[in-house]
Design a binder for this molecule. Structure first.
Ligand code: CP
Ligand code: NVA
Length: 308
């Protein structure tokens, strides 16, 4: 898709509804092998937080496109010894074709993007996880064949995944409801942006009531109650979030054909029960697989891969 060549993906709001929908279509054609793309470029992965899915799915996607990947763990670079972001960004820019960054502050990602001329992709910050949500939307589309008339309910912490989900649902025209404890709502500026995108055509609802949010919904989504960097808060958060567990009782309020998603890794018995994770409504493993297809489409679009 020519419109994405050379672009950054720092927030899902960087892309228009049409760009997201076209990207999802490309991802699904790549998955079914109706489309074959190649680009012999080099992707750098600069991850300051742990990762299984994002690291491996980006790596395999790039290999399958015929490109190469360098894993730039901060511990083996000068980043861990305090080399300024501005300097690292300008140097990596001279070697790499594209850079995916996983870090804490969204602002650090933005500095990278300002100083590096090559495209920069958000591979998770404290604020957003846009690559995850591309795969989530792809999974919803695979299951229902449409976004129109559907409602996605996210139950739990109003974190990075919740923020990107709100934007993603608004972009593709799906209703979104977010049920969090008081004080754990998604980012207010992101909600405002999502409401502007949704333009009163679809719902963007915040509530503290998981049952109201789940009633009649088509997609139930949850994530950990304490994200990376919040480990010390985990014990205090546990009783606050207990009423927000996705379990069979909560699922009984959703549509009978509803699916369950979780970005993983999961804390079974906390935000989601074993029964629901392993149950017939779970599409969690397809969702994890789709990370690779969605990111392959993303890399191919940004790098201008050619069909063969
Ligand atoms: N969902 C996700 O981003 O997983 P990883 O942290 O393993 O990359
Ligand atoms: N919200 C989680 C997502 C992990 C993929 C975190 O940031 O740790």
């Amino acid at each position: 898709m020519a419109a994405l060549i050379g672009r950054d993906l720092l927030s899902l709001a960087d892309f228009s509804p049409t760009e997201v929908l076209e990207l999802l279509q490309m991802a699904s054609r790549l998955k079914s092998q109706k489309l074959r793309l190649r680009c012999h470029k080099v992707l750098g992965l600069l991850f300051s937080k742990a990762s299984t899915r994002t690291r491996v799915s980006f790596t395999v996607a790039m290999y399958q496109l015929g490109g190469q990947v360098i894993d730039l763990n901060p511990n083996v670079t000068q980043v861990s010894r305090g080399e300024p972001v501005q300097d690292t960004a300008r140097v990596l820019d001279r070697y790499l074709d594209i850079l995916a960054i996983r870090t804490f502050a969204q602002q650090e990602l933005e500095i990278f993007a300002n100083y590096a001329k090559i495209p920069v992709i958000n591979a998770l910050t404290d604020l957003e996880h846009p690559c995850q949500v591309l795969a989530d939307l792809m999974t919803v589309q695979e299951c229902f064949g449409t976004f129109s008339g559907l409602t996605l309910t996210y139950v739990g912490d109003g974190n990075n995944v919740a923020n990107s989900l709100v934007l993603g649902c608004a972009l593709v025209g799906m209703n979104v409801r977010i049920a969090t404890p008081n004080g754990f709502e998604p980012n207010a500026a992101i909600i405002e942006t999502a409401r502007l995108i949704a333009a009163n055509k679809t719902e963007v609802l915040l509530t503290h009531d998981p049952e109201i949010a789940t009633k009649g919904s088509h997609v139930i989504y949850t994530d950990v109650w304490a994200s990376m960097g919040q480990e010390q808060e985990a014990d205090n958060r546990m009783p606050i979030f207990q009423p927000y567990q996705v379990n069979e009782q909560l699922m009984s309020l959703a549509q009978s054909e509803a699916i369950v998603l979780h970005c993983l890794p999961a804390h079974r018995g906390e935000e989601i029960t074993d029964e629901v994770m392993e149950g017939p409504q779970s599409r969690i493993w397809d969702q994890a697989e789709n990370r690779m297809h969605a990111q392959k489409a993303l890399l191919a679009s940004i790098l201008g891969a050619e069909e063969f």
